[in-house]
Design a protein around this ligand. Structure first.
Ligand code: PMV
Length: 305
């Protein structure tokens, strides 16, 4: 039996970095998906063909953990396909991990709940990366727009059908675990720690206000909060010149708000726009060297295709 499963990519809307220290964030799943095909094979080894993901280790560790849990000896073949490259920071590692757990649970007829898939996938991520809140795993598992705290203590689904976002890729691949670790290192200095924690408290407040603005579809207010969040991320030292230029380009062409999305150091920025401003904002981002990635939110979580 061959099974095909897919899980969505993600974009951090607000709250990055602070979420690693126990504050909330808001993440949206996006309609760019990662596909996993799985089957049992008659072989001495597992076979993994995963060109879309940065490290096939995510698939490998997933298979290992799943087999350990259920005492399975049989060999499997896993092949991945994707709507997006691992370079853009849309969360291919988390999507492939989640989709692989789901696929394995189907072919071996082990009923894993979404919560179990989340927990197991988070375990794999922590084993490989050592750091992370698990927000990306939650988006890949549950889909939609989520209000989230570290380790899935809170995972609240927000009913947001359509978010008018423009996404600009900076052309630089970010090393998320490294950026998270560097911030942690900075916090070993007492003075810096106090400063950084003050920023986290401000980000926490922004995220809580943004949750209300989102639910009320108050895009103007939400945009303003996103831009404020970007300023705080600059203060944390995680933004780049290129991301700042792209954010500025979006703001001067009429976006409600704009910010980097994710760890910083590269990857993507996002802008919230009214439909009549979308083209101008996209053109402005392209003019300063960004690449537009077309996405929609309101994406379903992990599913059998
Ligand atoms: O770089 P991304 O898109 O994977 O986002 C990282 C977000 C952080 O808050 C910095 C880390 C995390 O795991 O929450």
């Amino acid at each position: 039996m061959k099974i095909k499963v897919s899980a969505p990519g993600k974009l951090m809307l607000l709250g990055e970095h602070a979420v690693v220290y126990g504050h909330p964030c808001i993440v949206t799943a996006v309609d760019k998906r990662l596909y996993v095909e799985a089957e049992v094979i008659d072989s001495d080894e597992d076979e993994i063909i995963a060109p879309q993901v940065k490290e096939s280790r995510f698939v490998l560790e997933t298979i290992t953990l799943f087999k350990q849990k259920y005492q399975i000896k049989k060999r499997v073949k896993i092949r991945t396909k994707g709507d997006f490259s691992h370079n853009v920071g849309l969360g291919s590692s988390s999507a492939v991990t989640v989709a692989t757990f789901k696929a394995l649970s189907e072919i071996f007829n082990k009923k894993l709940s979404l919560r179990q898939i989340f927990e197991l996938s988070y375990e794999v991520t922590l084993k490989i990366q050592g750091v992370g809140s698990g927000f990306d795993i939650a988006a890949a598992t549950f889909g939609g727009v989520l209000y989230f705290t570290k380790g899935g203590k809170v995972i609240e689904s927000l009913e947001i059908k359509s978010l008018p976002l423009v996404v600009g890729y900076s052309g630089v691949k970010a090393d998320t675990p490294l950026i998270v670790r560097n911030l942690k290192l900075k916090m070993q200095n007492e003075k810096l720690k106090v400063k950084i924690e003050k920023n986290f408290v401000l980000i926490n407040k922004l995220v809580k206000s943004a949750k209300k603005a989102l639910v009320n579809k108050n895009w103007k207010e939400l945009g303003g909060l996103m831009t404020e969040d970007h300023e705080l991320l600059i203060r944390l030292g995680v933004s780049t010149e290129k991301l700042n230029i792209m954010v500025k380009a979006a703001l001067v062409t009429g976006a409600y708000g704009a910010k980097l999305s994710g760890a910083g150091g590269g990857d993507c920025m996002i802008a919230l726009v009214s439909e009549d401003k979308r083209r101008n904002v996209e053109t402005a981002i392209k003019k300063v060297g960004g690449e537009i990635i077309k996405i929609n939110n309101n994406a379903e979580g992990v599913r059998i295709d």
